[in-house]
Every structure is written in structure tokens, then in C-alpha cells.
Design a protein around this ligand. Structure first.
Ligand code: B3K
Ligand code: ZN
Length: 872
């Protein structure tokens, strides 16, 4: 595939103002009749031909201004259609194509899922339905007429409002006409046809407009749609209250399908979801699933303003909608649940996903400058780091100016395809600040490392804090400039008091403790101190950086016990745990007093905020430790050291953990609210840790919890502990679980995933066997992610087996999947993204597997792009 460059952007030569589609749905031969009103773009070239994109299309006819064109009047193949001209200033164009939804295994364009019809058009799927100017800066008003056999598809949905529906007498067929008055790019087009159960209610907007909001699920699953509908209602209200954004159509439809390449899609007025992010009941979904549903429902709904009303000029601006919308959904969940716990969870994801991506060969700026396959840029960097940039912007200019900037953005850019410059311009104007240097965050890849060191002068009562920053080289960016890094800080005294923040006037720390590090080095002199302070830096994780500080273990214990910033309290615990694990790797036993502090915490604060306590109890992941070490990684050594520390802590804290596990049991009916979710999270975390310390007691408690649980959170929490303990209890629990949920694919995914994650030699063979299980299918993305994705992404010791068989399994799977579904195959291959930091033997095996993939003939652009960049 050719390289696409941001600097080559130019407007299209034509615009398409209206699109009228007439689509006769058929499982293998769907006929698409498309009428376009086309005109020359004043910003385009005067004599240019009309060049439309297609993908695997069968062309039936082309008609211009009512005259059917003969084959010599255009050039067409499955991948494109060109009208050479001469062409008038404006004209109507009718194109008839034929597509086969049943044969569409890529799940892009129009396809079948669970016997229904659905679409996925972002990024470039509309061209698999008809020839089009398939790019986000071409905005059109769509009218869609759908027709189908009533028995085959009683429900017919498209974007916008329903204008008409009826039967076609004597044919058994019916039709529905939908009109979307809001101009939109083709990637937001959607249709659904099929047999679906609907759960609906009325929503009245702030200004009194009535909207029907509905969730449609596969037949028989309606009882599991209630939480999604509830989350939708809360999202709509929140966007009104928090950002003044109202919904703008008469209906808002959410459709859940079982075959979907990613989480969900924000099509205008017709969001289409992976049913994993819709379906929930206490018996089938964990608290984490409920939280995921809330987040994704909110995310897709929020796109209605940040993504749909204001879309992207080109795909390089993807973070304009994605980073901003992730920021918005994170804020929503923070408001609905616990803000500090949400922040910790988000930072965990950022570090595991984005920091890992940013430290390896797939590192790229939040706004990339080139791509070969845009679908490979729906990444943690664009999404999660993109959200961090918006969060930093808010810290830098303050919440009031931030809100004014958002208002200005909505007012000024509504109805347009915008850029990052347009976005930042609104905040510069609203705040009166120059954001030129800040904009570097979009351009420069890599995770900045901030180093802090301090000196206390008792006689002068001063503390000199020196901060410096450096960003490591990334592909194509060997040297880096200093960034604008907001560092929120505080000073804590030995007994836990917050010390006053007064500085000499060279450095400004504002009343909220914000210091902006915008050069390579800076020194802050704090004055008026009567004791040596412990600095609490990067509070709330105020910037997506790695912080290296020289705090000793005693300082960290002070922060762990007393920091008024919950994030840094949690972080201090994580840092102490990391030190224990690193010491265990060196064969040392050290006493950081962490166990003691943790015991104290469990008996006091933990019970006040169980959700927070669960985060404290969860040790840093193996991936976190690997990133800390940075090179010559031996995942088995990390795993063993972490396990040793976990066992020691579990044994040391056994009395506290057993007490907690008992006390946190509840006989009340299941509710997925924040308080109960927190209680169950802590109960599961306590079980996990106590089982590490005492496998016999752990297995007994886990078996009891598994048998008694009346909800999936506790049942799965128990099973997750049991699968780590080989023996009859484990085999029995796995079999019981499979029998109970044999007809529920989403629950069986949890069963596949747990087994794929077992850190044992035998897991590889287990996976080969599970891939032959009747419930497994290489045609379903969720199944593939559950089995192979979990193995590659979460089972560090077995994916990185020294004999290389883990790499071979994933390479073989990627190759087997590529022809069928390149997007899912390419995503799986990104499991190799940290291969270069492995120790030499594993590095060699991983490289060989990657080279074998790269050298295979006929690869998709998706897989070839990932393989190629991984090896660069
Ligand atoms: N915008 C979609 C993602 C589309 C991915 C295309 N490969 C979902 C979301 O971010 O909301
Ligand atoms: Zn999104």
C-alpha cells in the first residue's frame, strides 16, 4: 500500500451534497442504487476528473444527469471509478452496485452477523457499499431507503429520522425510508436490517425535545439490554449538564451485534456495538463489564458532538475526535463513580497499552504524519495519550477557560471537518494563552522521562527541587525537544501534614500546586519550611510521563500513608511493590515496611473506600515491571519474582485478608453501582492475594465463593484464582462453568481468556485444544481475542516461551486469519510490539516469527504494515 502523508493533504476536486440510497437487502446479492448530487469544489482543481474509491465492488451501471453511460465513458474496476470528463460544474450521478454481505468476512462495509444485516464504515468501509469520495472532509445529507423481505428483516434502520415505512403489496417485502438532515462523512453511514428485540424509552432533552432512545439486541436477549439503555440516558443528561450539548434527532438507536471488529461505532443516530459492550445481567456480566458498557455507550454517544457534528478533516486528525471523546467518557465515568479510582484505572491502561506502544517500533505521534493503513492507527496513542493531552490542556488553562474553549469549538466548528489547529485555536483564544509549544504533544512521539531531585537546607528552611525532562528517540524522530509538562505537586511532612507551598519568585507554583516544566531543566526553591518535606509529584498523574524520583522507602511509606492525593498514595504503594519485586529478581530480600503499611491500611482506610483499596492491593503487572527494567527482559524471571513477592505479602497479611474476605461478603441482591462494585473488587483482590500466600486456604475459599456466588463478578473472581492452582478443584470449576454457560458466547469468552492466561507450560497445548472447541470460531473477533489475544497480550511467560513456540502460535494464527479478517489479524500481531527489549534468545525467536510473517506472500496491507514497522 502507498504511503499517505499529512503534508500532501489537499481538498477534493468535487463535493457530494446529497446522497440518496435505495438498498434492496439480500443475503448474497444486495443491490445498491445510489444517487449523488455532485458539484465542483471551489477549493479543488478546475478540470480534474471525478475519482471515486471502491473496494471489491461489482458495478452494474453508471448514469450521469439521467443518461446511462457506456463503458467507454468511464473507467471502473472493483477498487475505483473514474469519470474523465469534461464534466459540468454540477451534475447528478447514479451508480448501481451489487454486494454480497454473506461473503464479507472482513466485517467492513455491509455484512451479516447473527443472521442480521449491519455495516461498519469507519475508516474506509463505505467504498465497499458504493463508489464514493470516501474521506472525512466530504460531507453529505443522506436519505436511505431500505427494502427487504419482511420475514428476513422485520426491522430496518438507518441514520437520522424515520420518514416513511410500508409494505410492498403482494411481495412479502417491506421498506423504510430514513433521512439524516445533518451533513456527514461517509464513514458515519450505517444501516441495520434483521430480527431484533428492542428496549426503548423516551428521553426529553434539556430544551424539551422528545427523543426515542432504543437498544436493539439479537432475539431473546432483551433482558440484558437494560443497563445499556440506562447508561445511554445518563450519558445524554451528563453531556447537557457538563458541556451544554443536546441531542439533535428524534431517535437514537443502539444496535448490538455479535460479530464486530472493535468495541462500537458512533454512526449518526445509529450506533452499532459489539454486543460485549451492551449485554449485561448479574449472572453473565462482571462489574468490569458493566463499567465497560457504561464507558463505551457514553463514548459513542459523546461522539455525536465530538466526531459527528464536528468531524475530522483527514485521518491524521483522528485524535481530534478520539482523544477528546475518550477524555469526555473518562470524565463521565469519574463523575458517575469514584474519580480517583477511575483515574488510577485509566492510568493503568495508559501505562500498559500506550507506554508499551510508545517505547517500541510501533511508536508514533498522537497525530501521525504518515500511514499506509489507517485502521492500524486506532491505537492507545491516538486514543489514550490523545485524551491525556486534552486533560493537560484543562490543567494548564484551568477549567473555566477550558469550558469556554469547548463552547467556542462547538460554536465555530459545528458542521465542519476540523483539524487539531482549529481545536487548539479555540483554547488559545478562550484563555489568551499561546499554545504553540504545547502543540508539540501532538507531534512528538515517545514518553518523556521526568527526573526529580531535591535538597533540603534546614538552616535556611528551603527545599530546592530540580526537575528535568528528556524524551527517548522514536522511529523517525531521533532528537526530541522539551515538552510543556504540567506537574501538580505538594509537599508532605514526616507525620503526614501538608506543608505550605511558598516559592522564591523564579518559579511559579500556583494555588493548586501546578508547576509547568517547559524547558529541559528547572529548579523550584520552596521557602519557609521547618522540616524536610517529602515531595509528592505528578499528583493525579498530571502528565503522561515517566517520573523518576529519588525518594527512599521511608519517604514512600509517608506518601502511602498520608498523601492527600489519592493517586500518589496509590502510586507510592506501587513503587514500593516494584522495588520489592526488583529486589527479588536480584535475589535479595529487602524490607521496605510495605507489608506492614499495607496491613495497617487494610485495617483502617481500606474499609472506607473498598474500590480504592482494591487498586492498592493489585500489585504492579508483569508488563509494568518489564517497562521499568527496560531491556534484556526475561518475562519468566519477572513472573517468578512478582509471584514470590505476592506470596510473601499474602502470607504476611493472611489474617487481614481472611477477615476482609469474610466481612465483604454480602447477601443483598446484586447491584452494579459504585459502592457494591468496590466491595466486590476488594473481596476478589483479597482472595487473590490470600490464595497466593496459602494455596490450600485460597483454593477452599475460592471454591466456596465460586459455588455460592449469585453474580458473575464473584464467580469469575473465584475462577480466576482457581485456574492458577493446578488440580481437581480447578478442573471441576472449569467444567462446571462451561456447562452452565455453554449457550452464552460472551461468557464462554471469559472461560477461553482465563485458560489462555494460565502461566504454565501446558497452556500452549490447552490453547490448541480450545481452538477446536465447538464454541470457538475463527470467524468471530471476540472469540479470537478471548483465546489468542489474551494469550499474546496477557500471558507473558507463555507467549514469550524460550523455545519460541508462543511466538509461532501467534504468527501462525495471524497468517491463518489474515485473508479472512485483516484488521483483527493485524491487531493480534501488535503483541510483538515490545520484542526488541527481550533478552537475546527470546528476541531472536520473536524476530524470526515476525520475519516469517513479513516474508509471506499476499499479506493484507494491515498485517504487512504492522510486520514491516515492527521490524524497522
Ligand atoms: N470510531 C470507532 C472506531 C473505528 C475503528 C475503525 N477501524 C469507535 C470509536 O472510537 O468510538
Ligand atoms: Zn471513539
Amino acid at each position: 500500500a502507498p504511503v499517505v502523508r499529512l503534508e500532501d493533504y489537499r481538498p477534493t476536486d468535487f463535493l457530494i451534497d446529497t446522497v440518496v440510497l435505495d438498498i434492496a437487502l439480500d443475503a448474497t446479492a444486495t443491490r445498491v442504487h445510489a444517487d449523488f448530487s455532485v458539484r465542483r469544489n471551489p477549493a479543488g482543481r478546475a478540470d480534474a476528473p471525478l475519482v471515486l474509491q471502491g473496494d471489491e465492488l461489482v458495478l452494474l451501471s453508471v448514469t450521469r444527469d439521467g443518461v446511462r453511460l457506456t463503458a467507454d465513458q468511464y473507467q471502473a474496476d472493483p477498487q475505483g471509478l473514474i469519470l474523465p470528463g469534461p464534466l459540468p460544474e454540477s451534475f447528478s450521478l447514479t451508480i448501481e452496485t451489487m454486494v454480497n454481505p454473506s461473503a464479507n468476512t472482513k466485517l467492513m462495509g455491509l455484512y451479516r452477523s447473527g443472521g442480521n444485516y449491519c455495516t461498519q464504515c469507519e475508516a474506509e468501509g463505505f467504498r465497499r457499499i458504493t463508489y464514493f469520495l470516501d474521506r472525512p472532509d466530504v460531507l453529505s445529507v443522506y436519505t436511505t431507503r431500505l427494502e427487504a423481505a419482511r420475514a428476513d428483516a422485520p426491522l430496518l434502520l438507518a441514520n437520522g429520522n424515520l420518514v416513511e415505512r410500508g409494505d410492498i403489496p403482494g411481495t412479502g417485502r417491506h421498506y423504510a425510508v430514513w433521512h439524516d438532515p445533518h451533513p456527514k462523512p461517509a464513514y458515519l453511514f450505517a444501516l441495520v436490517g434483521g430480527t431484533l428485540d428492542t428496549l426503548a424509552e423516551e428521553f426529553v432533552t434539556a430544551s424539551g425535545r422528545k427523543v426515542e432512545i432504543a437498544v436493539h439486541v439479537e432475539a431473546g436477549k432483551r433482558e440484558r439490554a437494560a443497563y445499556a439503555l440506562d447508561a445511554l440516558r445518563r450519558s445524554m443528561r451528563w453531556d447537557e449538564t457538563t458541556f451544554g450539548r443536546e441531542y439533535d434527532l428524534d431517535v437514537f438507536n443502539v444496535v448490538a451485534v455479535s460479530d464486530f471488529n472493535m468495541g462500537a461505532m458512533e454512526n449518526k443516530g445509529l450506533n452499532i456495538f459489539n454486543d460485549k459492550y451492551v449485554l449485561a445481567s448479574s449472572d453473565t456480566a462482571t462489574d468490569a463489564d458493566y463499567a465497560g458498557i457504561e464507558t463505551v455507550i457514553a463514548h459513542e454517544y459523546f461522539h455525536n458532538w465530538t466526531g459527528n457534528r464536528i468531524t475530522c478533516r483527514d485521518w491524521f486528525q483522528l485524535c481530534l475526535k478520539e482523544g477528546l471523546t475518550v477524555f469526555r467518557d473518562q470524565e463521565f465515568s469519574a463523575d458517575e463513580r469514584s474519580r480517583p479510582v477511575k483515574r488510577i484505572a485509566d492510568v493503568r491502561t495508559l501505562r500498559t497499552q500506550q507506554f508499551a506502544e510508545d517505547s517500541g517500533p510501533l511508536s508514533h505521534p498522537v497525530r501521525p504524519r504518515t500511514y499506509r493503513e489507517i485502521n492500524n492507527f486506532y491505537t492507545a496513542t491516538v486514543y489514550e495519550k490523545g485524551a491525556e493531552i486534552v486533560r493537560m490542556l484543562r490543567s494548564l488553562i484551568g477549567p473555566a477557560a477550558f469550558r469556554r474553549g469547548m463552547d467556542l469549538y462547538f460554536a465555530r466548528c459545528d458542521g465542519t471537518a476540523a483539524t487539531i489547529e482549529d481545536f487548539l485555536g479555540c483554547f488559545a483564544e478562550a484563555s489568551g494563552r499561546d499554545l504553540g509549544h504545547f502543540a508539540q504533544w501532538y507531534e512528538q512521539a515517545g514518553t518523556p522521562v521526568v527526573t526529580a531531585s531535591g535538597q533540603y537546607d534546614a538552616a535556611a528552611g528551603t527545599y530546592r527541587l530540580t526537575l528535568s525532562q528528556a524524551t527517548p528517540p522514536t522511529p523517525g524522530q531521533p532528537t526530541k525537544a522539551p515538552m510543556v509538562i504540567p506537574i501538580v505537586l505538594g509537599l508532605v511532612g514526616a507525620s503526614g501534614d501538608a506543608l505550605p507551598i511558598a516559592t522564591t519568585n523564579e518559579a511559579t507554583v500556583d494555588a493548586d500546586g501546578l508547576f509547568v516544566l517547559d524547558s529541559a531543566n528547572a529548579t523550584i526553591t520552596f521557602t519557609g519550611l521547618t522540616e524536610r518535606p517529602v515531595p509528592s509529584l505528578l499528583r493525579g498523574f498530571s502528565a503522561p510521563v515517566r517520573l523518576e524520583s529519588e525518594l527512599d522507602d521511608d519517604d514512600l511509606v509517608v506518601l502511602f500513608r498520608h498523601d492527600s492525593d489519592p493517586f500518589n498514595q496509590w502510586q507510592a504503594g506501587q513503587t514500593l511493590a516494584t522495588r520489592l519485586i526488583l529486589a527479588a529478581m536480584r535475589g535479595e530480600t529487602v524490607n521496605t515496611r510495605f507489608g506492614e503499611a499495607l496491613g495497617h491500611f487494610l485495617d483502617s482506610d481500606a474499609r472506607n473506600d473498598p474500590a480504592f483499596a482494591a487498586q492498592v492491593l493489585a500489585l504492579p503487572s508483569e508488563a509494568d515491571i518489564a517497562r521499568d527494567i527496560g531491556r534484556d527482559i526475561n518475562p519468566t524471571a519477572i513472573h517468578n519474582a512478582r509471584l514470590a513477592v505476592k506470596r510473601a505479602l499474602g502470607a504476611e497479611l493472611a489474617p487481614h485478608l481472611n477477615a476482609l474476605h469474610g466481612a465483604l461478603q454480602s447477601s443483598e441482591a446484586y447491584r452494579p453501582d459504585a459502592a457494591n462494585t468496590g466491595r466486590r473488587a476488594l473481596r476478589n483482590a483479597a482472595l487473590d492475594l490470600l490464595a497466593a500466600g496459602d494455596a490450600t486456604e485460597g483454593a477452599a475459599r475460592a471454591t466456596a465463593q465460586f459455588d455460592e456466588a449469585d453474580n458473575m463478578t464473584e464467580r469469575l473472581g473465584a475462577l480466576a484464582v482457581l485456574v492458577l492452582i493446578p488440580g481437581a478443584a480447578r478442573d471441576h470449576a472449569l467444567a462446571t462453568f462451561a456447562a452452565r454457560y455453554g449457550d452464552n458466547p460472551l461468557v464462554l469468552d471469559k472461560w477461553f481468556a482465563l485458560q489462555a492466561g494460565i502461566p504454565e507450560e501446558g497452556t500452549l497445548d490447552r490453547i490448541t485444544e480450545l481452538a477446536r472447541h465447538p464454541a470457538f470460531s475463527m470467524g468471530n473477533p471476540n472469540r479470537i481475542r478471548a483465546l489468542f489475544g489474551s494469550f499474546a497480550m496477557t500471558n507473558a511467560t507463555q507467549f514469550n516461551r524460550e523455545d519460541g513456540r508462543g511466538y509461532d502460535l501467534i504468527a501462525d494464527t495471524v497468517l491463518a486469519l489474515d485473508a479472512r479478517n485483516p484488521q483483527v489479524a493485524a491487531r493480534l500481531l501488535t503483541a510483538f510490539r515490545t520484542w526488541r527489549v527481550l533478552e537475546p534468545i527470546r528476541r531472536g525467536k520473536a524476530e524470526a516469527a515476525l520475519r516469517r510473517v513479513a516474508a509471506t506472500q499476499g499479506l493484507s496491507p494491515d498485517v504487512s504494515d504492522i510486520a514491516g514497522r515492527s521490524l524497522e
